[in-house]
Design a protein around this ligand. Structure first.
Ligand code: 5AD
Ligand code: SF4
Length: 433
């Protein structure tokens, strides 16, 4: 009987790739069939995120549900950032869990399942040059890690405590992985790291890499079969002119840039230790729009960071209106253990925080309502990569807009011109022309 694996992946694209790596490692020993039903699984993996408090709290009630309904012999493993953060405590709060594997220890998954109990959450463990097996959830798109960990010490962020110090993956490994993936049909290469445009600063041997991020992008674009390159997340601080020029001028680099603002107030940015000011961010975003007129800019914003005044919040709103981000991910500040911001006492009350989040999101919805109708009758190049449940095929434009079309499944894996017939806020509907 083929064993069945249920895997739940929370959090960011890094976690998505870690899940793929774990599946690949498990399959080395014996093939696992993926299932969406935890009740029939022989192995249940929860790949967790710890960036905000809510999902962490949900984890334990979820484990409770799995314990209740799982097959008797099934093992449960907690992996990822919350595993790194809570470690042993997970066994104390949920004794039925068989293993706890940190975000930097995913290569040890086979060892973990071979034991009755297993714990490894070492954040100094270096997997940057580990040769993982091959597994991709989507054959058209290849996620590739280019660095692990993060050296920034943003005051709100737990990630340096769950993913450890920043180490770049040697460029030879990245290039050969990109080549392999592209030759086997992935036209899109998606580079991943906590801070991708700081690439090359330090390899695991302590030396500087041969290429910086801009040079790495150029090298990858030379692979014939690679048609599109994306990356996440860049840090605004490292968006120097060289980077913006390579981004704007290389046709294979998708015109979608994530610029995590966090706050528009220079004073708050300073306490957040982001390393840039309001004016600097605005100047970079405006330069990017000038150099790359069809770019779509997305951002992350935290409202109600400790000490955020009405004036500080107004600065964030001002940047929103100036940059007119095509997409925002916005959050109420959540105090995280181990971070410096968690020591701050000048908390913004929850009612104010919720009100600010609503103002911000409403404003952004209004901006989108102004932008979206302009896409009608426009023609975008779309890379079709997914079959939807309603029978439509879906893909992305270079700007990372989702486009759905009633077209043949045979177009999956193809890049086609699509004329937009019905633009909506989150999905543009169209027809291949
Ligand atoms: N509270 C709220 N949002 C946070 N993020 C990171 N840490 C916190 C926190 N403590 C957000 C940031 C980051 C995104 C991945 O999550 O905006 O860019
Ligand atoms: Fe969540 Fe950050 Fe870990 Fe990704 S790196 S899973 S966003 S805590």
């Amino acid at each position: 009987m083929v064993k069945k694996l249920f895997i739940e992946t929370l959090g960011c694209a890094m976690n998505v790739r870690d899940s793929e790596h774990m599946i690949a490692e498990l399959n080395r020993e014996e093939p696992y069939l993926l299932t969406k039903d935890a009740k029939e699984a022989d192995l249940i993996l929860i790949n967790t995120c710890s960036v905000r408090e809510k999902p962490v709290n949900k984890l334990f009630s979820e484990i409770g549900q799995f314990v209740k309904h799982k097959k008797k012999s099934a093992k449960i493993g907690v992996c990822g950032c919350t595993a790194s953060h809570l470690g042993e405590e997970i066994f104390k709060r949920a004794p039925e869990v068989n293993f706890v594997l940190g975000a930097r220890n995913v290569s040890k998954i086979r060892e973990a399942i071979s034991k009755e109990k297993f714990l490894d959450v070492n954040i100094n463990y270096d997997e940057s040059a580990y040769a993982f097996g091959e597994f991709r959830q989507n054959p058209h798109k290849a996620y590739i890690n280019i660095s692990i960990g993060c050296d920034k010490k943003c005051a709100f962020c737990i990630v340096p405590h769950t993913r450890g110090e920043e180490i770049s993956v040697p460029h030879e490994l990245i290039l050969s992985e990109a080549e392999r993936a592209a030759k086997s049909g992935a036209k899109e290469i998606f580079l991943l790291g906590q801070n991708v445009n700081n690439y090359g600063r330090r390899l695991s041997n302590g030396k500087k890499g041969e290429f910086n991020f801009s040079q790495l992008l150029t090298q990858i674009s030379k692979i014939n079969e690679v048609k599109r390159i994306r990356f996440t997340s860049p840090h605004p601080l490292h968006m120097d002119d060289e980077f913006l020029e390579v981004f704007a001028s290389n046709p294979k680099i998708c015109k979608s840039m994530h610029m995590p603002l966090q706050s528009g107030s220079t004073a708050i940015l300073k306490t957040m230790r982001r390393g840039y000011t309001k004016e600097w961010f605005l100047e970079r975003a405006q330069k990017l729009r000038r150099m790359s007129p069809d770019v779509a800019i997305s951002t992350d914003i935290i409202v109600a960071f400790p000490g955020e005044s009405e004036k500080d919040f107004a600065d964030t709103m001002e940047i929103m209106e100036e940059v007119r981000f095509e997409q925002i991910f916005s959050f109420k500040y959540s105090a995280r253990p181990l971070t410096t911001a968690a020591q701050m006492t000048n908390m913004v009350d929850d009612k104010t925080a919720s009100a600010r989040l609503k103002i911000l999101q409403d404003k952004h919805a209004a901006i989108l309502d102004e932008m979206t109708p302009n896409y009608k009758d426009k023609i975008f190049e779309v890379y079709f990569e997914e079959l939807r449940e309603n029978g439509m095929i879906a893909g992305r434009t270079s700007q990372n807009f989702t486009v759905c079309a009633e077209e043949s499944e045979k177009l999956l894996g193809e890049i086609k011109n699509v004329k937009i017939t019905r633009p909506q806020r989150l999905i543009l509907y169209g027809q291949v022309v």
